[in-house]
Structure formats: structure tokens, C-alpha cells
Write a protein that binds this ligand. Structure first.
Ligand code: ADP
Ligand code: NI
Length: 217
């Protein structure tokens, strides 16, 4: 298969797998991430085939739905790309990205070696911010039976992936535990610009939420 055909079949593969998913990790999340990643990749001069493949496959077997197994994603991505007949070297590039994309806790660094990985990570994180990010957070929280908010439970700053994984916080706390930390962790300056705008939108949402909670608005 040539590269255009690989992208086309990968779109079909991922769309079939993730259509109708209801926790915010659905096909449309993947589609937004790939569009944004391609845009950032173009601006940064990244290899757009690697960027698009990694964006398409990045949530194919997310650890959050595979008992915390960080290897499930890259493993499934590799099986698929081998089936497509892609060269080993490029498969490795894509799977390295899929395996190291995820946020792992406030105090846990998530370094991304390649430029291609950096733009996909930025695009994935941008989709966790702003209006879309707010919608996704509550969808995911509800799916995990998390409370919307509970003033008796405060946010935590996780110092290990294990602590982050096993945390049982509320969705409002997730903003403090992850979402509000993402803007300053962007890899590229184009993504940082977009992130700041989405970040301030979330801050106003949280302020308003608090005012309404207290009956002041
Ligand atoms: P990452 O791999 O960095 O976690 P994903 O693409 O898997 O990124 O998407 C994470 C999405 O899931 C975000 O929109 C985030 O808000 C949501 N999410 C993850 N953990 C929680 C949580 N504990 N509470 C609410 N939403 C969450
Ligand atoms: Ni994602």
C-alpha cells in the first residue's frame, strides 16, 4: 500500500473502532486531533505521514481502558501498520509516539523525543482544553462514576503514574490535577498560543461554576 492508501485504510479502521464511543475518546476526538496535528506539523516542518498516522492511532487502545497497560496502544498500532505493509522503521516511529503521549500526573514529566510526537501530543492536549475539553472531561468523569464536584474533596498533585491512575477524584478536581497544567506543558509555540486561549476559557468556566455553586450568580 502507498502512504495515501495507508492513511485512508487507517481512517476506516479507527473510525469503525471508535465511532459512537461515549467517554470523549470517540472518532471525532481522533479526527480533531489529526486535523490540528497536521496543522501544527505543517507549521513546524514535521513528517506529516508520521504525524497523521500517530494522531489516528493514538487512542486505539488507551491504557485508561486497558487496565493501565501502557503497551496496549503501541502494540495494537504496530499490528495494524504491519498489516498495511509499512516499513519497520516508520512503524517504530509511530508506535514510540503512541506509547509516550499520555499525561501521567502533575509531577511526572512526559518527554517526547521526536518533533512529530511533540505536535501530536500538543494536538491531543489541546483537545482536552476549552469548550470541547470541558465537555470531554464531564463525559469521561460520568463514565467512570466520578462526582461532578464535591467541596469536601480537594485536588491532589500526583507524583507518580500509579498515584494518578488510582486517584478517585471529582471531575472539577481533574481541571486542577491535569487540564489547567497543560498550557504550560505544550511543546510548540503555535500550540501554546491556542492553549492559552482555551485555558482562560476554562478558568472563566470554573469561576462561574463556583459562583453558581455558591448561589451568587
Ligand atoms: P491523555 O492520554 O493525555 O489522557 P486522552 O486523549 O486519553 O489524553 O484524553 C483524555 C481525556 O479524558 C481528557 O479530555 C480528559 O479530560 C479526560 N479525562 C481523563 N482523566 C479524567 C478524569 N479523571 N476525570 C475527568 N476527565 C478525565
Ligand atoms: Ni486522545
Amino acid at each position: 500500500m502507498d502512504r495515501a492508501a495507508i492513511i485512508k485504510s487507517t481512517v476506516e479502521f479507527v473510525r469503525n473502532r471508535l465511532s459512537g464511543e461515549t467517554t470523549g475518546h470517540d472518532w471525532w476526538h481522533i479526527d480533531r486531533v489529526r486535523v490540528l496535528a497536521r496543522r501544527l506539523g505543517e507549521e513546524e516542518g514535521a513528517d506529516l505521514f508520521v504525524v497523521e498516522s500517530a494522531a489516528l492511532l493514538h487512542d486505539i487502545a488507551d491504557w485508561k481502558f486497558h487496565d493501565g497497560d501502557l503497551e496496549a496502544g503501541p502494540r495494537e498500532a504496530a499490528v495494524w501498520l504491519e498489516k498495511c505493509g509499512l516499513e519497520d522503521e516508520v512503524i517504530e516511529q509511530v508506535c514510540d509516539i503512541v506509547g509516550s503521549l499520555s499525561f501521567k500526573g502533575a509531577q511526572v514529566p512526559t518527554p517526547m523525543a521526536s518533533l512529530e510526537g511533540q505536535v501530536v501530543q500538543d494536538a491531543d492536549r489541546l483537545d482536552a482544553l476549552g469548550a470541547v475539553g470541558i465537555a470531554r472531561a464531564f463525559a469521561y468523569g460520568g463514565s467512570r462514576r466520578r462526582e461532578i464536584h464535591n467541596p469536601d474533596i480537594g485536588p491532589e498533585s500526583h507524583s507518580s503514574f500509579e498515584a494518578y491512575q488510582s486517584g478517585e477524584s471529582t471531575t472539577i478536581n481533574h481541571f486542577h490535577e491535569k487540564l489547567l497544567l497543560l498550557a504550560e506543558r505544550m511543546n510548540t509555540s503555535a500550540a501554546r498560543r491556542l492553549a492559552l486561549d482555551r485555558h482562560s476559557y476554562m478558568e472563566s468556566f470554573l469561576e462561574r461554576f463556583q459562583r453558581e455553586w455558591e448561589g451568587d450568580s
